[in-house]
Design a protein around this ligand. Sequence first.
Ligand code: PMP
Length: 366
Amino acid sequence: MSRVYNFSAGPAALPEEVLRQAAEEMLEWRDAGCGVMEMSHRGRHFTSIIERAEADLRALLALPREYKVLFLQGGGTQQFSQVPMNLLAGGSADYLVTGAWSQKAFDIASALAPNMNGAVRLAVSTAESGFRRLPRSDEYTLNPRAAYVHLCTNETIHGVEFMSPEQLPDTAAPLVADMSSHILSRPMEVSRFGMIYAGAQKNIGPSGLAVVIVREDLLDRAWSGTPALMKYRAMADSGSMLNTPPTYSIYIAGLVFQWLLREGGLAEMETRNAAKAKQLYDCIDGSDFYRNEIDPASRSRMNIPFLLADAALEADFLAGAERAGLLQLKGHKSVGGLRASIYNAMPPEGVAALVDYMREFARTRG
Ligand code: PMP
């Protein structure tokens, strides 16, 4: 077997230990007589799996009691609709658009809002900068009576991240954050947010699963036309089991949470992720051959897009990288260029191997 370093933005590399444990438990989970995929979601075995997963996630994030954890389906994208259905009612929501994903969330909410007699307002967009920086707080004003203020705290495609608490919008309205591509990469001050959601396929587990963390007081604001399966209240009251949940995905997410706790939790992840990102940005910034065009104060630690001085060399760069066991470095098709996604499961050795390859490529082709 030759596992390579996989820099995919998602579905992304998972910790090898997690995959090995899942392989060992594939045919029989403990003494259950069957594997996790085959067991009843209402039986005692799966109940213990989902309860442990939630407890471990709570421990990792130091979640206050008033936040509910939901394991939902439909990935991150489903939340672009579910958020307005559950939180907008007849009110108005403010959206910050800082890249492709918050743009998508804004577009979907805008299309839905009239059906609910609600309104969606573009508070600010950094599109004019090519989404290369976060907005400054003096560039926008927020409606303090907004039903919620939506933002994407890490833009997977453009590589901008809200890093410090001061960069977050200052508002009395509930903040709703799409954290799909950096949740669990460092400690997060959850109490700043009314709701957090994340598609799982980067730092949590398999695609299709979404983790939603929502404050209790926001559970009862759903638009009357919301189907039961889409209602946070109904999902919270049923322990995410209004229907059959994605059991295997929840199990893998639980193994990832256990791995994170064993590794030292989110403070340790932050130390590692900061070091990995610094190594890669230092390599890019220290060379005329590579460049990252994101404002340094807005740069993501998880998704690092970069360009070659000569774009014609991209295909050679990617082919050589693949031969060196460094996969999925092509940038998103909407922006081109290259991108390295370095989530929790990317070991420091993977980033070191990428940096070695980049230096050698620049030396021989620059
Ligand atoms: N939000 C962000 C920040 C993402 O990166 C993605 C997927 N890359 C999504 C939402 C959409 O997630 P999904 O494909 O699971 O619907």
